[in-house]
Design a binder for this molecule. Structure first.
Ligand code: FE2
Ligand code: FE2
Length: 168
């Protein structure tokens, strides 16, 4: 199976999981749901892997991206400063994800290190973790500053060849 086809098959299966669907009730950046943000990060991570021709484990990448913000609360409902949330939510996300999913060490590191360099000592240890770390910042920028809902809108424009593909 072609890599792209396989990645989107894995991602779709994951997104249908009821425990992942829970992310739909939480919102973050500019009104985007956490589900949509995590989907964006997954698509963008894979886009970068393809662009740079990085050999990555597709399941690890998809799971790490979909679970990186699995903290299951709305920031506005919590008595947390933006800095405190920035530092603590990867820990909460990892604890929640461990309870519901069978994670490999790479997936755990993706979740725990996605806020690096804010989480100074928790560095990304794999290509997959570097991709999610970068894609998270890229997507957050477009969601917050440009009001983008689906990152495919941006990736499609940046890559004409992919205009009719899963990238938009
Ligand atoms: Fe995050
Ligand atoms: Fe995120």
């Amino acid at each position: 199976m072609e890599r792209k086809e396989e990645f989107f098959r894995i991602l779709q299966e994951l997104e249908e999981n009821p425990d992942i669907q829970k992310l739909r009730v939480f919102s973050q950046h500019n009104g985007n749901t956490t589900f949509q943000h995590c989907h964006n990060v997954a698509v963008c991570s894979f886009y970068l892997a393809e662009k740079w021709n990085w050999d990555v484990d597709l399941k690890t990448l998809a799971m790490g991206a979909m679970l990186h913000d699995y903290y299951l609360y709305n920031t506005k409902d919590m008595d947390l400063s933006a800095y405190r949330h920035g530092i603590s939510h990867p820990v909460t996300a990892l604890e929640n994800a461990r309870e519901r999913f069978d994670l490999n060490p790479k997936m755990e590191n993706i979740i725990r290190s996605h806020m690096w360099p804010l989480s100074f000592l928790k560095l990304p240890h794999s290509r997959e973790a570097v991709l999610v770390n970068l894609a998270d910042k890229f997507c957050a920028y477009y969601e917050i500053n440009r009001g983008i809902r689906r990152i495919e809108e941006i990736l499609g424009k940046r890559n004409r060849k992919a205009a009719n593909s899963n990238f938009g």
